[in-house]
Design a protein around this ligand. Structure first.
Ligand code: ADP
Ligand code: MG
Length: 611
Protein backbone atom coordinates (compact mmCIF):
# COMPACT_ATOMS: atom_id res chain seq x y z
CA UNK A 1 0.00 0.00 0.00
CA UNK A 2 1.46 3.35 -0.86
CA UNK A 3 -0.60 6.53 -1.26
CA UNK A 4 1.71 8.64 0.80
CA UNK A 5 0.28 11.69 2.50
CA UNK A 6 3.17 13.09 4.49
CA UNK A 7 5.56 15.32 2.55
CA UNK A 8 8.41 17.68 3.34
CA UNK A 9 7.39 21.31 3.06
CA UNK A 10 9.31 23.38 0.53
CA UNK A 11 12.01 25.48 2.19
CA UNK A 12 10.27 28.83 1.68
CA UNK A 13 7.09 27.55 3.37
CA UNK A 14 9.03 26.05 6.20
CA UNK A 15 10.83 29.31 6.82
CA UNK A 16 7.53 31.14 7.21
CA UNK A 17 6.50 28.97 10.05
CA UNK A 18 7.04 30.64 13.42
CA UNK A 19 10.29 29.15 14.50
CA UNK A 20 10.91 28.08 18.04
CA UNK A 21 11.11 25.27 20.44
CA UNK A 22 8.09 23.04 20.43
CA UNK A 23 9.03 20.76 23.29
CA UNK A 24 10.21 22.57 26.36
CA UNK A 25 8.82 20.13 28.91
CA UNK A 26 6.94 16.82 28.96
CA UNK A 27 3.55 18.52 28.90
CA UNK A 28 4.31 20.18 25.57
CA UNK A 29 5.25 16.83 24.03
CA UNK A 30 2.04 15.33 25.42
CA UNK A 31 0.01 18.15 23.93
CA UNK A 32 1.58 17.80 20.48
CA UNK A 33 1.13 14.05 20.42
CA UNK A 34 -2.50 14.19 21.55
CA UNK A 35 -3.20 16.88 18.96
CA UNK A 36 -1.76 14.57 16.31
CA UNK A 37 -4.12 11.84 17.47
CA UNK A 38 -7.05 14.25 17.24
CA UNK A 39 -5.96 15.35 13.78
CA UNK A 40 -5.90 11.67 12.82
CA UNK A 41 -9.58 11.45 13.72
CA UNK A 42 -9.17 9.35 16.86
CA UNK A 43 -12.25 8.43 18.90
CA UNK A 44 -10.25 7.33 21.91
CA UNK A 45 -6.86 8.45 23.13
CA UNK A 46 -4.83 7.01 25.92
CA UNK A 47 -1.90 8.85 27.44
CA UNK A 48 0.50 7.11 29.74
CA UNK A 49 3.31 8.87 31.53
CA UNK A 50 6.00 7.75 33.90
CA UNK A 51 7.96 9.98 36.24
CA UNK A 52 6.12 13.09 35.10
CA UNK A 53 6.75 12.18 31.46
CA UNK A 54 10.52 12.30 31.80
CA UNK A 55 10.87 8.54 31.70
CA UNK A 56 7.97 7.74 29.38
CA UNK A 57 5.20 9.39 27.41
CA UNK A 58 3.09 6.96 25.42
CA UNK A 59 0.13 8.15 23.39
CA UNK A 60 -2.08 5.57 21.71
CA UNK A 61 -5.02 6.31 19.44
CA UNK A 62 -7.50 4.64 17.11
CA UNK A 63 -7.04 7.23 14.39
CA UNK A 64 -6.21 6.93 10.70
CA UNK A 65 -2.72 5.55 11.19
CA UNK A 66 0.19 5.82 8.78
CA UNK A 67 1.72 3.63 6.16
CA UNK A 68 5.39 2.73 6.26
CA UNK A 69 6.69 5.57 4.10
CA UNK A 70 4.61 8.16 5.90
CA UNK A 71 5.74 6.89 9.25
CA UNK A 72 9.38 7.27 8.26
CA UNK A 73 8.77 10.75 6.84
CA UNK A 74 6.76 11.88 9.85
CA UNK A 75 9.89 11.97 11.99
CA UNK A 76 11.61 14.43 9.67
CA UNK A 77 11.47 18.17 10.14
CA UNK A 78 8.79 20.01 8.18
CA UNK A 79 7.12 16.75 7.28
CA UNK A 80 3.37 17.21 7.39
CA UNK A 81 0.23 15.94 5.76
CA UNK A 82 -1.74 19.00 6.78
CA UNK A 83 -0.64 21.92 4.60
CA UNK A 84 1.10 22.18 1.23
CA UNK A 85 1.83 25.80 0.53
CA UNK A 86 1.99 29.14 2.28
CA UNK A 87 -1.60 30.03 1.42
CA UNK A 88 -2.74 27.03 3.43
CA UNK A 89 -1.34 28.67 6.55
CA UNK A 90 -4.40 30.93 6.48
CA UNK A 91 -6.84 28.08 6.30
CA UNK A 92 -5.55 25.64 8.86
CA UNK A 93 -8.30 23.42 10.21
CA UNK A 94 -6.08 20.92 11.96
CA UNK A 95 -4.17 21.32 15.20
CA UNK A 96 -0.86 20.64 13.50
CA UNK A 97 0.53 22.23 10.37
CA UNK A 98 4.23 22.78 10.91
CA UNK A 99 5.49 19.26 10.65
CA UNK A 100 7.85 20.01 13.50
CA UNK A 101 6.54 18.32 16.58
CA UNK A 102 7.42 14.70 15.97
CA UNK A 103 10.83 15.64 14.60
CA UNK A 104 11.55 17.82 17.64
CA UNK A 105 10.38 15.20 20.08
CA UNK A 106 12.32 12.46 18.31
CA UNK A 107 15.49 14.52 18.34
CA UNK A 108 15.55 14.69 22.14
CA UNK A 109 14.40 11.19 23.07
CA UNK A 110 14.37 7.51 22.31
CA UNK A 111 11.21 7.07 20.32
CA UNK A 112 9.18 4.10 19.17
CA UNK A 113 6.39 4.63 16.70
CA UNK A 114 3.86 1.96 15.78
CA UNK A 115 1.15 2.70 13.27
CA UNK A 116 -1.35 0.89 11.13
CA UNK A 117 -3.96 2.05 8.69
CA UNK A 118 -7.19 0.06 8.80
CA UNK A 119 -6.73 -1.12 5.22
CA UNK A 120 -3.22 -2.49 5.80
CA UNK A 121 -2.66 -6.07 6.85
CA UNK A 122 -0.16 -5.16 9.52
CA UNK A 123 1.45 -2.17 11.13
CA UNK A 124 4.88 -0.64 10.92
CA UNK A 125 7.20 -0.11 13.84
CA UNK A 126 10.07 2.37 13.89
CA UNK A 127 12.62 3.10 16.52
CA UNK A 128 14.73 6.19 16.61
CA UNK A 129 17.27 7.63 18.97
CA UNK A 130 18.10 11.34 19.09
CA UNK A 131 16.24 11.67 15.80
CA UNK A 132 18.24 8.93 14.01
CA UNK A 133 16.15 6.13 12.59
CA UNK A 134 17.52 2.86 13.96
CA UNK A 135 15.12 0.21 12.87
CA UNK A 136 12.00 -0.30 10.77
CA UNK A 137 9.96 -3.46 10.84
CA UNK A 138 6.46 -4.82 10.48
CA UNK A 139 4.35 -5.39 13.57
CA UNK A 140 0.96 -6.75 14.51
CA UNK A 141 -1.43 -4.20 15.95
CA UNK A 142 -4.94 -2.80 15.79
CA UNK A 143 -5.44 0.14 13.43
CA UNK A 144 -4.22 3.42 14.88
CA UNK A 145 -1.00 4.83 16.18
CA UNK A 146 1.01 4.40 19.34
CA UNK A 147 4.05 6.55 19.97
CA UNK A 148 6.33 5.95 22.92
CA UNK A 149 8.78 8.61 23.95
CA UNK A 150 11.39 7.43 26.42
CA UNK A 151 14.02 9.39 28.33
CA UNK A 152 12.97 12.82 27.13
CA UNK A 153 15.93 15.24 26.94
CA UNK A 154 18.43 12.43 27.58
CA UNK A 155 20.80 14.09 25.11
CA UNK A 156 20.13 17.70 26.10
CA UNK A 157 21.32 18.04 29.70
CA UNK A 158 20.55 21.75 29.73
CA UNK A 159 16.86 21.15 29.22
CA UNK A 160 16.84 18.20 31.55
CA UNK A 161 17.99 20.58 34.23
CA UNK A 162 14.96 22.79 33.70
CA UNK A 163 12.52 20.00 34.44
CA UNK A 164 10.59 20.57 37.62
CA UNK A 165 9.65 17.90 40.14
CA UNK A 166 7.89 14.76 38.95
CA UNK A 167 4.73 15.89 40.69
CA UNK A 168 4.80 19.28 38.97
CA UNK A 169 5.54 17.89 35.52
CA UNK A 170 2.84 15.28 35.97
CA UNK A 171 0.35 17.93 37.04
CA UNK A 172 1.15 20.15 34.08
CA UNK A 173 0.87 17.25 31.66
CA UNK A 174 -2.42 16.18 33.23
CA UNK A 175 -3.80 19.69 32.90
CA UNK A 176 -2.78 19.74 29.25
CA UNK A 177 -4.67 16.50 28.58
CA UNK A 178 -7.64 17.74 30.59
CA UNK A 179 -7.89 20.90 28.47
CA UNK A 180 -7.73 18.99 25.21
CA UNK A 181 -10.39 16.66 26.59
CA UNK A 182 -12.66 19.62 27.35
CA UNK A 183 -12.37 20.90 23.80
CA UNK A 184 -13.05 17.45 22.37
CA UNK A 185 -15.86 15.92 24.39
CA UNK A 186 -16.70 13.37 21.69
CA UNK A 187 -13.32 11.71 22.14
CA UNK A 188 -12.64 9.32 25.03
CA UNK A 189 -9.55 10.19 27.04
CA UNK A 190 -7.62 8.21 29.56
CA UNK A 191 -4.57 9.34 31.47
CA UNK A 192 -2.36 6.94 33.38
CA UNK A 193 0.57 8.13 35.46
CA UNK A 194 3.04 5.67 36.93
CA UNK A 195 0.53 2.88 36.48
CA UNK A 196 -2.33 4.68 38.15
CA UNK A 197 -5.40 5.89 36.25
CA UNK A 198 -5.62 9.64 36.82
CA UNK A 199 -8.76 10.03 34.78
CA UNK A 200 -10.78 7.97 32.40
CA UNK A 201 -13.33 9.93 30.42
CA UNK A 202 -15.80 8.14 28.20
CA UNK A 203 -17.08 9.89 25.09
CA UNK A 204 -19.36 12.71 26.16
CA UNK A 205 -22.34 14.14 24.34
CA UNK A 206 -21.62 17.75 25.18
CA UNK A 207 -19.09 20.14 26.66
CA UNK A 208 -21.17 20.25 29.83
CA UNK A 209 -21.08 16.49 30.21
CA UNK A 210 -17.31 16.58 29.75
CA UNK A 211 -17.02 19.28 32.41
CA UNK A 212 -19.00 17.09 34.77
CA UNK A 213 -16.54 14.29 34.12
CA UNK A 214 -13.47 16.44 34.65
CA UNK A 215 -14.57 18.97 37.25
CA UNK A 216 -17.34 17.25 39.12
CA UNK A 217 -21.06 17.63 39.48
CA UNK A 218 -20.91 20.61 41.81
CA UNK A 219 -19.22 22.89 39.30
CA UNK A 220 -21.05 21.45 36.29
CA UNK A 221 -24.37 21.90 38.05
CA UNK A 222 -23.74 25.60 38.58
CA UNK A 223 -22.67 26.24 35.00
CA UNK A 224 -24.80 28.44 32.75
CA UNK A 225 -24.69 27.86 29.01
CA UNK A 226 -24.21 30.91 26.83
CA UNK A 227 -24.03 31.57 23.14
CA UNK A 228 -23.73 34.63 20.98
CA UNK A 229 -23.01 34.97 17.31
CA UNK A 230 -22.41 37.68 14.80
CA UNK A 231 -20.22 38.79 11.90
CA UNK A 232 -19.20 35.26 11.03
CA UNK A 233 -18.06 34.51 14.57
CA UNK A 234 -19.54 32.60 17.44
CA UNK A 235 -18.76 32.60 21.13
CA UNK A 236 -20.34 29.93 23.26
CA UNK A 237 -19.63 27.85 26.27
CA UNK A 238 -20.41 27.62 29.95
CA UNK A 239 -19.88 30.10 32.72
CA UNK A 240 -20.21 29.65 36.42
CA UNK A 241 -22.77 31.64 38.37
CA UNK A 242 -21.06 34.69 39.73
CA UNK A 243 -21.74 33.79 43.36
CA UNK A 244 -18.68 31.63 43.03
CA UNK A 245 -15.22 32.83 42.25
CA UNK A 246 -11.72 31.47 42.55
CA UNK A 247 -8.34 32.70 43.59
CA UNK A 248 -6.68 31.79 40.29
CA UNK A 249 -7.61 31.80 36.63
CA UNK A 250 -7.11 28.05 36.48
CA UNK A 251 -10.80 27.50 35.80
CA UNK A 252 -10.91 30.04 33.02
CA UNK A 253 -10.38 27.92 29.94
CA UNK A 254 -10.43 29.48 26.51
CA UNK A 255 -10.43 27.80 23.14
CA UNK A 256 -10.24 29.24 19.66
CA UNK A 257 -11.46 26.88 16.98
CA UNK A 258 -11.04 24.15 19.61
CA UNK A 259 -7.41 25.03 20.14
CA UNK A 260 -6.32 25.63 23.74
CA UNK A 261 -5.39 29.31 23.66
CA UNK A 262 -4.18 31.81 26.23
CA UNK A 263 -5.10 35.19 24.91
CA UNK A 264 -5.19 38.66 26.43
CA UNK A 265 -8.17 39.81 24.41
CA UNK A 266 -10.25 36.87 25.59
CA UNK A 267 -9.13 37.13 29.21
CA UNK A 268 -9.91 40.85 29.29
CA UNK A 269 -13.34 40.32 27.78
CA UNK A 270 -14.12 37.70 30.41
CA UNK A 271 -12.81 39.83 33.27
CA UNK A 272 -14.89 42.78 32.12
CA UNK A 273 -18.00 40.73 31.77
CA UNK A 274 -17.63 39.65 35.40
CA UNK A 275 -16.70 43.08 36.66
CA UNK A 276 -18.63 44.06 39.80
CA UNK A 277 -20.10 40.58 39.88
CA UNK A 278 -17.16 38.94 41.58
CA UNK A 279 -14.60 40.49 43.91
CA UNK A 280 -11.62 42.13 42.32
CA UNK A 281 -8.63 39.83 42.17
CA UNK A 282 -10.83 36.76 41.98
CA UNK A 283 -11.52 34.76 38.84
CA UNK A 284 -14.63 33.15 37.44
CA UNK A 285 -14.91 29.66 36.04
CA UNK A 286 -15.58 29.94 32.33
CA UNK A 287 -15.18 27.51 29.51
CA UNK A 288 -15.21 29.63 26.39
CA UNK A 289 -15.20 28.46 22.81
CA UNK A 290 -14.64 31.01 20.08
CA UNK A 291 -15.31 29.79 16.58
CA UNK A 292 -14.41 31.85 13.56
CA UNK A 293 -13.28 31.29 10.02
CA UNK A 294 -9.66 30.15 9.86
CA UNK A 295 -8.69 33.25 7.90
CA UNK A 296 -9.90 35.42 10.81
CA UNK A 297 -7.15 34.14 13.05
CA UNK A 298 -3.41 33.67 12.66
CA UNK A 299 -2.41 30.52 14.50
CA UNK A 300 1.15 30.79 13.28
CA UNK A 301 2.47 33.26 15.83
CA UNK A 302 3.66 31.02 18.63
CA UNK A 303 5.90 27.94 18.51
CA UNK A 304 3.60 25.98 20.78
CA UNK A 305 0.49 27.35 19.10
CA UNK A 306 -0.94 28.48 22.44
CA UNK A 307 -1.35 32.07 21.28
CA UNK A 308 -3.09 33.49 18.27
CA UNK A 309 -3.55 36.84 16.59
CA UNK A 310 -7.05 37.87 15.67
CA UNK A 311 -7.55 39.86 12.48
CA UNK A 312 -10.36 41.76 14.20
CA UNK A 313 -9.47 41.71 17.87
CA UNK A 314 -12.06 44.39 18.73
CA UNK A 315 -14.87 42.37 17.21
CA UNK A 316 -13.75 39.26 19.09
CA UNK A 317 -13.64 41.20 22.35
CA UNK A 318 -17.18 42.55 21.83
CA UNK A 319 -18.46 39.14 20.89
CA UNK A 320 -17.14 37.45 24.02
CA UNK A 321 -18.09 40.32 26.30
CA UNK A 322 -21.67 40.39 25.06
CA UNK A 323 -22.01 36.64 25.07
CA UNK A 324 -21.14 36.51 28.77
CA UNK A 325 -22.68 39.77 29.85
CA UNK A 326 -26.04 38.86 28.38
CA UNK A 327 -26.00 35.56 30.19
CA UNK A 328 -24.78 36.96 33.49
CA UNK A 329 -27.42 39.68 33.60
CA UNK A 330 -30.00 37.12 34.56
CA UNK A 331 -28.54 34.02 36.08
CA UNK A 332 -31.80 32.57 37.25
CA UNK A 333 -31.79 29.31 35.35
CA UNK A 334 -30.42 27.76 32.22
CA UNK A 335 -32.46 28.72 29.17
CA UNK A 336 -35.09 26.37 27.79
CA UNK A 337 -32.93 25.55 24.80
CA UNK A 338 -30.50 23.87 27.10
CA UNK A 339 -33.05 22.00 29.13
CA UNK A 340 -31.62 18.74 27.86
CA UNK A 341 -28.22 19.57 29.20
CA UNK A 342 -29.64 20.96 32.38
CA UNK A 343 -31.56 17.79 32.95
CA UNK A 344 -28.59 15.55 32.49
CA UNK A 345 -26.66 17.94 34.72
CA UNK A 346 -28.84 17.04 37.61
CA UNK A 347 -28.37 13.35 37.10
CA UNK A 348 -26.18 11.69 39.62
CA UNK A 349 -22.92 12.86 40.99
CA UNK A 350 -19.52 13.18 39.46
CA UNK A 351 -18.25 10.05 41.13
CA UNK A 352 -20.99 8.13 39.40
CA UNK A 353 -20.29 9.51 35.99
CA UNK A 354 -16.56 8.98 36.36
CA UNK A 355 -17.16 5.43 37.46
CA UNK A 356 -19.28 4.80 34.42
CA UNK A 357 -16.12 5.43 32.45
CA UNK A 358 -15.97 1.71 32.01
CA UNK A 359 -18.05 2.43 28.94
CA UNK A 360 -14.92 4.01 27.47
CA UNK A 361 -14.44 3.24 23.85
CA UNK A 362 -13.58 -0.37 23.35
CA UNK A 363 -10.49 0.40 21.35
CA UNK A 364 -8.75 1.85 24.35
CA UNK A 365 -9.53 -1.38 26.14
CA UNK A 366 -7.65 -3.21 23.43
CA UNK A 367 -4.62 -0.99 23.57
CA UNK A 368 -4.47 -0.62 27.26
CA UNK A 369 -3.64 -2.79 30.19
CA UNK A 370 -6.71 -3.85 32.17
CA UNK A 371 -8.54 -1.01 33.86
CA UNK A 372 -7.49 -0.18 37.32
CA UNK A 373 -9.36 1.64 40.04
CA UNK A 374 -10.97 4.74 38.63
CA UNK A 375 -9.65 7.91 40.12
CA UNK A 376 -11.97 10.23 41.92
CA UNK A 377 -13.38 13.36 40.30
CA UNK A 378 -11.25 16.37 39.59
CA UNK A 379 -12.71 18.84 42.01
CA UNK A 380 -13.28 18.67 45.73
CA UNK A 381 -16.31 16.56 46.39
CA UNK A 382 -17.76 16.62 49.82
CA UNK A 383 -17.60 12.99 50.81
CA UNK A 384 -17.71 13.34 54.54
CA UNK A 385 -20.21 15.80 55.82
CA UNK A 386 -19.74 18.62 58.25
CA UNK A 387 -16.68 18.62 60.35
CA UNK A 388 -17.30 19.62 63.92
CA UNK A 389 -14.55 21.32 65.82
CA UNK A 390 -13.86 21.04 69.47
CA UNK A 391 -13.14 24.10 71.50
CA UNK A 392 -9.68 23.14 72.60
CA UNK A 393 -6.75 24.46 70.71
CA UNK A 394 -3.35 22.89 70.78
CA UNK A 395 -0.04 24.54 70.24
CA UNK A 396 1.87 23.28 67.30
CA UNK A 397 5.51 23.81 66.48
CA UNK A 398 6.24 25.47 63.17
CA UNK A 399 8.60 22.75 62.13
CA UNK A 400 10.30 24.88 59.53
CA UNK A 401 13.76 26.23 59.98
CA UNK A 402 12.91 29.88 60.18
CA UNK A 403 10.85 32.35 62.08
CA UNK A 404 8.51 34.97 60.81
CA UNK A 405 8.68 38.69 61.25
CA UNK A 406 11.01 40.98 63.13
CA UNK A 407 10.81 41.88 66.80
CA UNK A 408 7.55 43.35 67.91
CA UNK A 409 9.22 46.54 69.08
CA UNK A 410 10.56 47.39 65.66
CA UNK A 411 7.13 46.99 64.14
CA UNK A 412 5.09 48.94 66.62
CA UNK A 413 3.06 51.59 64.96
CA UNK A 414 2.62 53.78 68.01
CA UNK A 415 0.13 55.93 66.30
CA UNK A 416 0.49 59.49 65.44
CA UNK A 417 -2.38 60.13 63.15
CA UNK A 418 -3.83 56.65 63.33
CA UNK A 419 -6.98 56.91 65.36
CA UNK A 420 -8.14 54.47 67.97
CA UNK A 421 -10.92 53.13 65.84
CA UNK A 422 -12.87 51.61 68.69
CA UNK A 423 -13.37 54.99 70.33
CA UNK A 424 -15.08 56.47 67.29
CA UNK A 425 -18.83 56.50 66.82
CA UNK A 426 -20.10 53.70 64.58
CA UNK A 427 -22.43 55.15 61.96
CA UNK A 428 -23.06 51.82 60.31
CA UNK A 429 -22.07 49.64 57.41
CA UNK A 430 -22.31 50.77 53.82
CA UNK A 431 -22.35 48.75 50.60
CA UNK A 432 -21.92 45.64 52.75
CA UNK A 433 -18.20 46.26 52.55
CA UNK A 434 -17.30 49.36 54.52
CA UNK A 435 -17.81 50.61 58.02
CA UNK A 436 -18.57 54.30 58.46
CA UNK A 437 -17.22 55.99 61.58
CA UNK A 438 -17.52 59.51 62.81
CA UNK A 439 -14.20 60.82 64.07
CA UNK A 440 -13.38 64.02 65.91
CA UNK A 441 -12.52 65.81 62.75
CA UNK A 442 -13.80 63.74 59.92
CA UNK A 443 -15.66 60.81 58.47
CA UNK A 444 -13.80 57.50 58.30
CA UNK A 445 -14.55 54.60 56.03
CA UNK A 446 -13.03 51.25 56.93
CA UNK A 447 -12.67 48.42 54.45
CA UNK A 448 -13.95 45.48 56.48
CA UNK A 449 -12.04 42.85 54.53
CA UNK A 450 -8.75 44.72 54.62
CA UNK A 451 -9.18 45.33 58.35
CA UNK A 452 -9.99 41.76 59.21
CA UNK A 453 -7.25 40.49 56.97
CA UNK A 454 -4.67 42.53 58.84
CA UNK A 455 -6.03 41.35 62.19
CA UNK A 456 -5.85 37.68 61.29
CA UNK A 457 -2.49 38.01 59.58
CA UNK A 458 -0.97 39.59 62.67
CA UNK A 459 -2.49 36.94 64.91
CA UNK A 460 -0.94 34.25 62.75
CA UNK A 461 2.42 35.97 62.85
CA UNK A 462 2.25 36.31 66.62
CA UNK A 463 1.42 32.62 66.97
CA UNK A 464 4.35 31.72 64.77
CA UNK A 465 6.68 33.78 66.90
CA UNK A 466 5.32 31.95 69.92
CA UNK A 467 6.10 28.58 68.41
CA UNK A 468 3.60 27.78 65.68
CA UNK A 469 0.15 28.38 64.29
CA UNK A 470 -2.43 27.23 66.84
CA UNK A 471 -4.36 24.24 65.64
CA UNK A 472 -7.90 23.40 66.57
CA UNK A 473 -8.65 19.72 66.18
CA UNK A 474 -11.77 18.76 64.26
CA UNK A 475 -14.22 16.53 66.10
CA UNK A 476 -14.82 14.61 62.91
CA UNK A 477 -11.95 14.60 60.47
CA UNK A 478 -12.94 15.69 56.97
CA UNK A 479 -11.92 14.13 53.70
CA UNK A 480 -10.79 16.60 51.08
CA UNK A 481 -10.79 15.26 47.55
CA UNK A 482 -7.99 16.64 45.41
CA UNK A 483 -7.85 17.32 41.72
CA UNK A 484 -6.04 14.12 40.64
CA UNK A 485 -3.97 16.16 38.23
CA UNK A 486 -2.40 17.98 41.16
CA UNK A 487 -2.82 15.48 43.96
CA UNK A 488 0.79 14.27 44.07
CA UNK A 489 2.02 17.84 44.34
CA UNK A 490 -0.31 18.63 47.21
CA UNK A 491 0.41 15.41 49.09
CA UNK A 492 4.13 16.09 48.81
CA UNK A 493 3.51 19.41 50.55
CA UNK A 494 1.86 18.00 53.68
CA UNK A 495 4.63 19.27 56.01
CA UNK A 496 4.30 22.80 54.65
CA UNK A 497 0.51 22.63 54.84
CA UNK A 498 0.96 21.51 58.43
CA UNK A 499 3.11 24.52 59.18
CA UNK A 500 0.17 26.71 58.19
CA UNK A 501 -1.93 25.13 60.90
CA UNK A 502 -3.71 22.43 58.93
CA UNK A 503 -3.25 19.02 60.45
CA UNK A 504 -3.54 16.75 57.43
CA UNK A 505 -2.69 13.24 56.40
CA UNK A 506 -2.77 11.70 52.98
CA UNK A 507 -5.92 9.68 52.47
CA UNK A 508 -5.51 7.47 49.48
CA UNK A 509 -3.82 8.67 46.32
CA UNK A 510 -5.90 11.78 45.73
CA UNK A 511 -7.39 12.91 48.99
CA UNK A 512 -6.36 14.47 52.25
CA UNK A 513 -7.76 13.84 55.70
CA UNK A 514 -8.12 17.11 57.59
CA UNK A 515 -7.86 16.61 61.34
CA UNK A 516 -7.19 20.10 62.58
CA UNK A 517 -7.31 23.66 61.29
CA UNK A 518 -5.87 27.05 62.28
CA UNK A 519 -7.64 28.13 65.46
CA UNK A 520 -7.73 31.80 64.51
CA UNK A 521 -10.47 31.30 61.97
CA UNK A 522 -12.91 29.55 64.19
CA UNK A 523 -14.49 26.16 63.94
CA UNK A 524 -16.36 26.06 60.62
CA UNK A 525 -13.84 27.57 58.28
CA UNK A 526 -11.13 24.90 58.21
CA UNK A 527 -12.16 22.78 55.27
CA UNK A 528 -13.10 25.47 52.79
CA UNK A 529 -10.06 27.43 53.84
CA UNK A 530 -7.75 24.55 53.01
CA UNK A 531 -9.54 23.98 49.72
CA UNK A 532 -9.05 27.63 48.84
CA UNK A 533 -5.40 27.45 49.80
CA UNK A 534 -4.87 24.42 47.59
CA UNK A 535 -6.66 26.17 44.75
CA UNK A 536 -4.70 29.33 45.12
CA UNK A 537 -1.13 28.13 45.32
CA UNK A 538 0.72 28.30 42.07
CA UNK A 539 3.00 25.89 40.34
CA UNK A 540 5.58 26.05 43.08
CA UNK A 541 2.97 24.75 45.43
CA UNK A 542 3.49 25.18 49.12
CA UNK A 543 7.24 25.22 48.82
CA UNK A 544 8.56 27.80 51.22
CA UNK A 545 12.26 28.11 50.74
CA UNK A 546 12.36 31.65 52.04
CA UNK A 547 10.75 33.51 54.84
CA UNK A 548 9.01 35.82 52.41
CA UNK A 549 7.54 32.90 50.49
CA UNK A 550 6.09 31.56 53.72
CA UNK A 551 4.82 34.99 54.59
CA UNK A 552 3.06 35.12 51.23
CA UNK A 553 1.29 31.90 52.11
CA UNK A 554 0.25 33.39 55.43
CA UNK A 555 -1.11 36.45 53.62
CA UNK A 556 -3.10 34.20 51.35
CA UNK A 557 -4.39 32.31 54.35
CA UNK A 558 -5.34 35.52 56.15
CA UNK A 559 -7.05 36.76 53.01
CA UNK A 560 -9.14 33.63 52.49
CA UNK A 561 -9.97 33.40 56.16
CA UNK A 562 -11.16 36.96 56.55
CA UNK A 563 -14.57 38.55 56.27
CA UNK A 564 -15.24 39.36 52.64
CA UNK A 565 -16.74 42.42 51.14
CA UNK A 566 -20.40 41.65 50.68
CA UNK A 567 -20.95 40.28 54.18
CA UNK A 568 -23.40 42.17 56.30
CA UNK A 569 -21.95 42.89 59.73
CA UNK A 570 -23.95 43.49 62.87
CA UNK A 571 -23.02 46.44 65.03
CA UNK A 572 -21.67 44.05 67.64
CA UNK A 573 -19.37 42.47 65.07
CA UNK A 574 -18.21 45.87 63.91
CA UNK A 575 -17.37 46.88 67.47
CA UNK A 576 -15.41 43.68 68.04
CA UNK A 577 -13.50 44.15 64.81
CA UNK A 578 -12.56 47.70 65.81
CA UNK A 579 -11.30 46.61 69.22
CA UNK A 580 -9.20 43.88 67.61
CA UNK A 581 -7.94 46.27 65.01
CA UNK A 582 -6.77 48.70 67.66
CA UNK A 583 -4.72 45.93 69.24
CA UNK A 584 -3.10 45.12 65.92
CA UNK A 585 0.18 46.32 64.54
CA UNK A 586 0.26 47.83 61.06
CA UNK A 587 -3.45 48.36 61.31
CA UNK A 588 -3.52 51.07 58.65
CA UNK A 589 -3.07 48.69 55.75
CA UNK A 590 -3.96 45.18 54.90
CA UNK A 591 -1.07 42.75 54.38
CA UNK A 592 -1.16 43.40 50.65
CA UNK A 593 -0.71 47.10 51.25
CA UNK A 594 -4.17 48.35 50.56
CA UNK A 595 -5.49 50.99 52.97
CA UNK A 596 -7.68 49.87 55.85
CA UNK A 597 -9.34 53.25 56.15
CA UNK A 598 -9.74 56.47 54.28
CA UNK A 599 -10.79 59.71 55.87
CA UNK A 600 -12.91 62.61 54.68
CA UNK A 601 -11.94 65.59 56.79
CA UNK A 602 -14.65 67.85 58.07
CA UNK A 603 -13.16 70.86 56.28
CA UNK A 604 -13.09 68.93 53.04
CA UNK A 605 -16.73 68.00 53.34
CA UNK A 606 -17.71 71.54 54.26
CA UNK A 607 -15.84 72.93 51.29
CA UNK A 608 -17.66 70.55 48.99
CA UNK A 609 -20.90 72.01 50.28
CA UNK A 610 -19.41 75.47 49.84
CA UNK A 611 -19.90 76.30 53.46
P1 ADP B 1 2.10 18.31 12.07
O1 ADP B 1 1.12 17.81 13.07
O2 ADP B 1 2.38 19.77 12.25
O3 ADP B 1 1.76 17.95 10.66
P2 ADP B 1 3.94 16.51 13.36
O4 ADP B 1 5.42 16.50 13.42
O5 ADP B 1 3.21 16.66 14.64
O6 ADP B 1 3.52 17.65 12.36
O7 ADP B 1 3.47 15.21 12.64
C1 ADP B 1 3.95 14.93 11.33
C2 ADP B 1 2.96 14.10 10.53
O8 ADP B 1 2.92 12.79 11.07
C3 ADP B 1 1.54 14.61 10.61
O9 ADP B 1 1.29 15.58 9.62
C4 ADP B 1 0.75 13.33 10.39
O10 ADP B 1 0.57 13.10 9.01
C5 ADP B 1 1.64 12.25 10.94
N1 ADP B 1 1.21 11.80 12.28
C6 ADP B 1 1.74 12.16 13.47
N2 ADP B 1 1.09 11.60 14.51
C7 ADP B 1 0.11 10.83 13.95
C8 ADP B 1 -0.91 9.99 14.49
N3 ADP B 1 -1.06 9.82 15.83
N4 ADP B 1 -1.73 9.37 13.63
C9 ADP B 1 -1.60 9.54 12.28
N5 ADP B 1 -0.66 10.33 11.73
C10 ADP B 1 0.20 10.97 12.53
MG1 MG C 1 1.41 17.75 15.10
Amino acid sequence: MSERVVHILPEQVASQIAAGEVVERPASAVKEMVENSLDAGAHAIQVEIERGGGALIAVADDGAGMGREDAVLSLRRHATSKIRDAADLWAVRTFGFRGEALASIASVSRLKLQSRRAADAHGVELSAEAGELIETRACAMAPGTRIEVCDLFFNTPARLKFMKSVATEQGTAAEAVQRLALANPAVAFRLIADGRTIFDLPRAASALERIRQTHGARIAGAMLPFEFGGAGMRAWGLCLQSQESFPTARLTLTFVNRRVIRDRVLMRAIAQAYQTLIPRGRYPAVVLFVELRPEEVDVNVHPMKTEVRFRRAGAVFDLVYHALRTRLKDQAAPSAADAGEAESASIANAAGSIASASAAASMVEELAPPRREIASPMRPLRLVADAGLSATATQRPLGLGFRIGGGAAAETNAGTGVPAYSRLKILGQIFAGFVALEGEDGLLLIDQHAAHERVTFEKLRAELRAGGVRVQPLLTPAVIELNPARAAQVIAAIPEIGALGFEVESFGPSALLLKGAPAVFGPEAGRSLLEEMIDSVGENGFRTRSESAFEDLLKTLACHGSVRAGRTLEVREIAELLVELDRTEFKTNCPHGRPVHIEFRRGQIERMFRR
